[in-house]
Design a protein around this ligand. Structure first.
Ligand code: PBG
Ligand code: ZN
Length: 340
């Protein structure tokens, strides 16, 4: 009778025995649907119009604003370690470079267009993404052209932003990524790419679900793009707006986006997972934004956790949610960490 009781309790226990499936580091790695690889990473670069500049951004640890002359020496070792992609943000620093229309955004002698040309020539294998927005170039710091009452004029903004995107594409950008959140800009850019006969060779990545909030501060320090009045709540999404984000994602897929981005990442993992579900047939990108990066650094510095461990853990969460492209300020570190 005692033997029978033992076999019953062992049989009843089978489904509760999980440890054996992940007792080995490799077996643990197999639990993930997606493993972080170097080719998933896009590294943000802030490019100033002062060619010799190389300035540390105090609120964004280890990140610099660089002029054209500093770019190649900085990138050379990273490309050698396996850097596959960068996203460029132009930062006009010279007095008089900003106006109400963001005229300098597509200045052929401006930092973005010149750096696209330089990087294409010096790093032929590097995939060049270019952020498309006006906030760095407008004197009011908003992501478009304004009406007299200070609200966004959507039509004028879309016309202008789609022109800027075409200039970047013609200069050699592999991918244009509008981050402005004006309605209808994906369609406008796609149509102009068709008109120009370059739609077959340019990837269109939409910042489709971009939420307003307090995680963009260090970026605005870096890019000098803090709005001079008001905020971005009438064009960036409210943090609770999951349904609105789903509508924006579906809209941008229908307008011709090739890649859908969610931003920020860590606070919006449900949105990443929604994007993957709604856009089953598209790659989903996530932007671990400046505030997330700086928070992780601050907490590591305060002894809350180890920096590298949290860089991986936060990134693995983003992959688990469904992203396969990650815009990350940790990219240089990951290139080292993923080599060992
Ligand atoms: C705006 C833009 C923002 C970021 C990139 N492009 C946000 C904003 O200023 O509203 C944020 C990226 C980051 O915080 O790292 N066009
Ligand atoms: Zn903007």
């Amino acid at each position: 009778a005692s033997t029978a009781a033992t076999s019953v309790s062992i049989a009843g226990d089978i489904s509760s025995q999980l440890h054996g499936g992940y007792c080995h580091p490799l077996a643990r790695a197999w639990q993930a649907e997606r493993q972080l690889t170097k080719s998933m990473l896009i590294y943000p670069l802030f490019i100033s119009d002062i060619d010799d500049e190389e300035v540390l951004i105090p609120s964004l640890p280890n990140q610099y604003r660089r002029g054209l002359n500093k770019l190649v020496p900085f990138l050379e070792p990273l490309v050698h370690k396996g850097l596959r992609s960068v996203v460029l943000f132009g930062v006009p620093m010279r007095p008089g470079a900003k106006d109400a229309l963001g005229t300098s955004a597509d200045d052929p002698n401006g930092p973005v267009i010149r750096s696209i040309q330089l990087l294409r020539q010096r790093f032929p294998q590097l995939f060049i993404v270019v952020d498309v927005c006006l906030c760095e170039y407008t004197n009011h710091g908003h992501c478009g052209i304004l009406r007299d009452d200070g609200s966004l004029n959507n039509q004028l903004s879309v016309d202008r932003i789609s022109d800027v995107a075409i200039s970047y594409a013609k200069a050699g950008a592999h991918c244009v990524a509008p981050s402005d959140m004006n309605d209808g800009r994906i369609r406008a850019i796609k149509l102009k790419l068709i008109e120009e006969g370059i739609v077959h060779s340019v990837t269109l990545m939409s910042y489709a679900a971009k939420f307003s909030g307090c995680l963009y501060g260090p970026f605005r320090d870096a890019a000098g793009s803090t709005p001079s009045f008001g905020d971005r709540k009438c064009y960036q999404l409210p943090p609770g707006g999951r349904g609105l984000a789903r509508r924006a994602i579906v809209r941008d897929i229908n307008e011709g986006a090739d890649i859908i981005m969610v931003k920020p990442a860590g606070q919006y993992l449900d949105i990443i997972s929604d994007a993957k579900e709604l856009g089953k047939d598209l790659p989903v990108a996530a932007y671990q934004v400046s505030g997330e990066f700086s928070m992780i650094h601050a907490a590591a510095k305060a002894g809350v956790f180890d920096l590298k461990a949290m860089a991986f853990e936060s990134t693995e969460g983003i992959l688990r949610a469904g992203a396969t492209i990650i815009v990350s300020y940790f990219t240089p570190e990951f290139l080292d960490w993923l080599s060992t």
